[in-house]
Design a protein around this ligand. Structure first.
Ligand code: PMP
Length: 394
């Protein structure tokens, strides 16, 4: 059969790196590659209890039935209250749309805001899954200068800001770098957005994973009319639930609802009710600190191992939260080539090049530390450091 594929489908390329990384799923590989939350944090008993509750006679008709596209009303109300309290904002339930993971939010936003050639501003580097969603709608990416504190608002001129359809930004413990946008830059960016009628797509799956529990104001709080805020239950409950949410001005939410209707009618009634039942009485207030503690320890273990074993030509950041550390290698080392050899030594990571929208850089990599126990972290970093030392000598 010769399929008559659309140009959009033909243009999709499967990533060579994803193919290599499939090998890293073998159990004897120490993998710093996957951006997966630690299964130790999944609240198994609470999810079982919630499931048993929602399939009782009273709840079952709703749990197993079609539901509204906007999402399960009690969950939307809960989120509006939780986010308003947490971020000192004023969010109404009608401003919340429940989606199947924030990944769906990225796709819906691409559909809603990008035409062929639309200008989309992104961080350097940025989340690969964001690029994959947006690229389908053929934008022109403009990569913004970024450093260890995130994007540099001063380097964004008013003309570029006002010409863009939106800026995609992950202000907290960014994927792939683990960086957090500083308070001063948040304020500068919010002012610039308001002045230039620039939409900010604030993707925040890692915001709760702040090891010290000290949150910086969201861009949504600083520029509510300009910002589309994306949240996710993947890193604080379980990604298999596929639950995320969009918060924005009600008019935009209504547009996104129309697009979501065409995509999947609604987010599963079952998972929305499970999540609501687990969280409604304050479960997250105790649960999130346990995740922060575990991830904080693993981050420290990796930083310690990097300090102990890496040659002085290698540099990295010290994240204050999240799941990732970003490594800069000597210029002559290509991280994709290094990965092929590292896999033979049973260690894996993600080469940095996949995270650049323009001007790809090859001497960098992302290390995820949260799924690997501390003794394995040390072992894996030692192996990697030896390889890098050998490669540096060539
Ligand atoms: N945005 C970012 C920055 C992410 O890192 C991820 C997950 N890796 C997502 C969105 C998608 O998350 P979800 O599981 O909520 O779809």
């Amino acid at each position: 059969m010769l399929w008559k594929l659309s140009n959009r489908a033909i243009a999709l390329k499967s990533s060579a790196i994803r193919e290599i990384l499939k090998i890293t799923e073998q159990p004897d590989v120490i993998s710093f590659a996957g951006g997966l939350p630690s299964p130790n944090t999944f609240p198994i008993q609470e999810i079982k209890n919630a499931f048993n509750h929602i399939i009782t006679a009273d709840e079952m008709s709703g749990s197993l039935q079609y539901g509204p596209t906007e999402g399960y009303a009690p969950l939307r109300i809960w989120l509006a209250e939780y986010l308003s309290r947490r971020d000192h904002t004023n969010i109404k339930p009608n401003q919340v749309l429940i989606v199947t993971g924030s990944q769906q939010a990225l796709d819906l936003i691409g559909k809603a805001l990008i035409d062929k050639g639309s200008k989309v501003l992104v961080e350097t580097p940025t989340y690969l899954g964001g690029l994959q969603s947006f690229t389908q709608y053929e934008p022109e990416y403009i990569s913004l200068e970024s450093d260890e504190k995130g994007i540099i608002p001063e380097k964004l001129n008013d003309k570029t800001a006002s010409d863009a359809n939106f800026m995609y930004i992950i202000p907290n413990f960014q994927n792939p770098t683990g960086r957090r946008l500083s308070l001063e830059r948040r304020q500068q960016l919010a002012e610039k957005a308001i002045r230039n009628n620039l939409t900010l797509v604030e993707d925040d799956p890692y915001g709760e994973l702040d090891y010290q529990g000290h949150r910086l104001p969201s861009l949504y709080k600083l520029a509510p009319e300009n910002t589309i805020y994306l949240g996710s239950f993947s890193k604080i409950l379980a990604p298999g639930l596929r639950l995320g949410y969009i918060v924005a001005n009600e008019k935009l939410i209504n547009k996104l609802v129309q697009l979501k209707q065409a995509a999947d009618l609604h987010t599963p009634s079952l998972t929305q009710r499970i999540a609501y039942h687990v969280i409604k009485d304050g479960f997250l207030d105790n649960h999130i600190p346990t995740i922060r503690k575990l991830y904080g320890h693993r981050c420290q273990a990796m930083l310690k191992a990097l300090q102990k074993y890496m040659p002085t030509t290698v540099t990295w950041n010290k994240p204050e939260g999240g799941m990732f550390i970003w490594i800069e290698l000597p210029k002559n080392i290509n991280a994709t080539e290094l990965l092929s050899e590292a896999i033979q030594h049973k260690v894996a990571f993600v080469p940095g090049e996949t995270f650049f929208a323009n001007a790809i850089r090859t001497n960098c990599m992302r290390l995820a530390f949260v799924t690997v126990p501390e003794e394995k972290i040390e072992q894996g970093i030692k192996i990697l450091a030896n390889l890098i030392t050998n490669w540096s000598d060539i």
